[in-house]
Design a protein around this ligand. Structure first.
Ligand code: FAD
Ligand code: SF4
Length: 563
């Protein structure tokens, strides 16, 4: 399905076109690693390869939100001398702690019982956004053109139907779909190969997966929503290098998720909460659960006297090994979380994002060097599955299905046994691969079958209301533009989302974009699109797949400082 921002495109002037060898969509770790590796290979071979990277954020890093404990395996492949070059990984991990929380207490799970792959020894705590800013500088120094503030809105195809590049969105289209005095036509960026690095639930990636049937024969992708606040805490409670994870309270045993809390740099604590998006109760608010989590007696003291300096949210992929789609389509490849290389038990994806960018660049460079274009790079998938990404994801492939089937307590135990078996007998585990079941949009139960959940009022010291927190994401969109959140059938939204499910969009959206208001006895759906932090949860969780996330005008969205 395609959504045009303009009322009548036929009246518009033609787009200008630029030709490149490779277009990369998205300046996250995957896209930047791909671009950098392409230039490195070209330099080594003594030839020219032109590479452009498009980024919808106002600058590189503006839309990046992650934990982040970073496994430097991908970075070290790209730049073995990353330390000397000054990569911003300020804090080595010194200690791992895991807790199971009850409403008033916490049980520490001994590190000895945790499968070794979950140890963070050798990893670093950092801001992934800042790492991307640094990677952007390295890329620019290699001659890569980076266009921040430009969203890739449309795919271009050649006569044979292969992808031949992308077009950026038109700027200056008014709410009414007509050009305003700011109007500037989008550009066509044509390429021999197009690398899609949009991160979790990419909008072009979704189009490609549907058009080329890339998910056929694979399990559906699964997702979580991750909410994060960055805090500056009092020096006396700061433990640089401490990595802490929790399971359990405030989520019930049927709802997957947990928290992270990372102490790094100078008095910074990255605190966040992930809720698996296969939750069932439409009354659940991931944002409300996150705020509630911070009030736990084991967590509150860390934040007391400190201040929250940033907030944001982003979906993450959780399908892992069995949900990896076909990765190559005619004319390009999917990399990073646009394909879904997140390791759920390790809560890490940035290392695989970089490794996949590197593998994609190697496949693309070989094809260009052989004089090819717009074909399907079949070898890339094998490089991913048989290389370090496969070795990372395969042993943990049953973790998420165990949680979905058996709940947090038994599911964690069973996935622990499976991961231990894989440790002693690599590649064995339980000997088979579990399926994920339904996609996340299909897991909500009707409201009448669920109990309403009430959330306490924020105290504005430890807990905050959503809109105040959104102001700490520095989100901004040009007001006079068509909504980038497309409601396909408004009658269905009332009939089902409101009447059957009691309006879960008003709770799952971490930015308060969706509201149901009563007018003259009728329910009206309101979309405050300007608040959107581009997390993509609505695109994933709407029970009828009736909301489509599309790119707004380039440069719009959050402006995360060091998330
Ligand atoms: C709360 C949370 C905690 C996490 N914790 C960790 C952790 O501790 N360690 C770890 O390793 N990983 C962690 N991850 C996962 C990690 O962040 C991802 O695996 C990683 O960011 C994926 O990289 P990517 O380059 O594929 O996508 P992204 O990082 O999402 O980057 C995609 C980029 O593409 C841009 N883009 C998207 N669409 C378009 C378009 N159409 N046009 C132009 N630009 C576009 C986006 O603005 C963005 O800048 C976490 C994720 C979350 C949400
Ligand atoms: S509107 Fe959708 S993408 Fe935007 S913040 Fe809300 S749930 Fe996330």
């Amino acid at each position: 399905m395609g959504f045009s921002r303009v009322a009548n495109t036929a009246d518009l002037p033609p787009r200008e076109a630029m030709d490149f060898d490779v277009v990369v969509v998205g300046a996250g770790p995957a896209g930047l690693a791909a671009a950098i590796r392409l230039k490195q290979l070209a330099q080594t071979a003594g030839r020219e390869v032109s590479v452009v990277v498009l980024e919808k954020g106002s600058e590189v890093g503006a839309h990046i939100l992650s934990g982040a404990v970073i496994d430097p395996i991908g970075l070290a492949r790209l730049f073995p001398d990353w330390r000397e070059r000054g990569a911003p990984l300020p804090t080595p991990v010194r200690e791992d702690r895991f807790y199971y929380l009850g409403p008033a207490g916490a049980i520490r799970i001994p590190n000895l019982v945790m499968p070794p792959l979950m140890s963070n020894h050798g990893n670093f705590i950092a801001s992934l956004g800042n790492l991307c800013r640094w990677l952007g500088e390295q890329a620019a120094a290699l001659g890569i053109e980076i266009f921040p503030g430009f969203a890739a809105a449309e795919l271009l195809y050649d006569e044979g139907g292969a992808v031949a590049g992308v077009a950026t969105g038109d700027m200056g289209i008014g709410k009414d779909g007509k050009p305003t005095d700011r109007f500037a036509r989008g550009m066509e960026l044509r390429a021999k190969y197009t690398i899609i690095a949009e991160g979790a639930r990419g909008s072009l990636a979704e189009t490609l997966i549907a058009r080329f049937d890339l998910a056929a024969g694979h399990q559906p992708q699964k997702y979580g929503i991750g909410l994060k606040e960055l805090w500056e805490v009092l020096p006396e409670v700061h433990r640089p290098g401490l990595v802490q994870h929790t399971l359990g309270w405030p989520l019930d045993n049927r709802t997957g998720g947990g928290s992270f809390l990372y102490h790094y740099d100078t008095n910074l604590v990255s605190i966040g909460f992930v809720v698996h998006l296969n939750y069932e109760n439409p009354y659940l608010s991931p944002y409300g659960e996150f705020q509630r989590f911070k009030t736990h007696p084991a967590i509150r003291p860390v934040l007391r006297g400190g201040k929250r300096i940033a907030y944001g949210a982003r979906a993450l992929t959780e399908g892992g090994w069995q949900s990896i789609p076909e990765l190559a389509f005619p004319g390009g490849v999917l990399v990073g979380c646009a394909a879904g290389f997140m390791n759920v038990p390790r809560i890490k994806g940035s290392h695989n994002a970089m490794l996949s960018g590197i593998a994609a660049a190697e496949a693309v460079f070989a094809a260009i060097a052989a004089g090819r274009l717009h074909d399907r790079l079949a070898g890339y998938r094998a490089a991913v599955l048989e290389g370090p990404i496969g070795a990372d994801l395969r042993p943990v492939r049953n973790a998420k299905p165990f949680l979905s089937r058996f709940g947090t307590r038994l599911g964690t135990l069973m996935s622990g046994v499976d991961m231990w078996l894989n440790t002693f007998l690599p590649g064995t585990g339980l000997g088979y691969t579990l399926k994920h079941g339904k996609p996340d949009y299909a897991t909500l139960k009707p409201a009448h079958a669920c109990r309403p959940i009430s959330y306490a009022k924020p105290d504005n010291e430890l807990t905050f209301d959503r809109l105040t927190n959104v102001s700490f994401s520095a989100t901004n969109h040009e007001e006079n533009q068509p909504s980038h959140l497309k409601l396909i059938d408004s009658a269905l939204q009332v009939r089902s989302e409101h009447d059957v499910y009691a309006g879960p969009s008003s709770r799952y959206c971490p930015a308060g974009v969706y509201e149901w208001v009563e007018e003259a006895g009728e329910a009206r759906f309101v979309i405050n699109a300007q608040n959107c932090v581009h997390c993509k949860t609505c695109d994933i969780k709407d029970p009828n797949q009736n909301i489509r996330w599309t790119v707004p005008e380039g440069g719009g969205g959050p402006n995360y400082p060091g998330m």
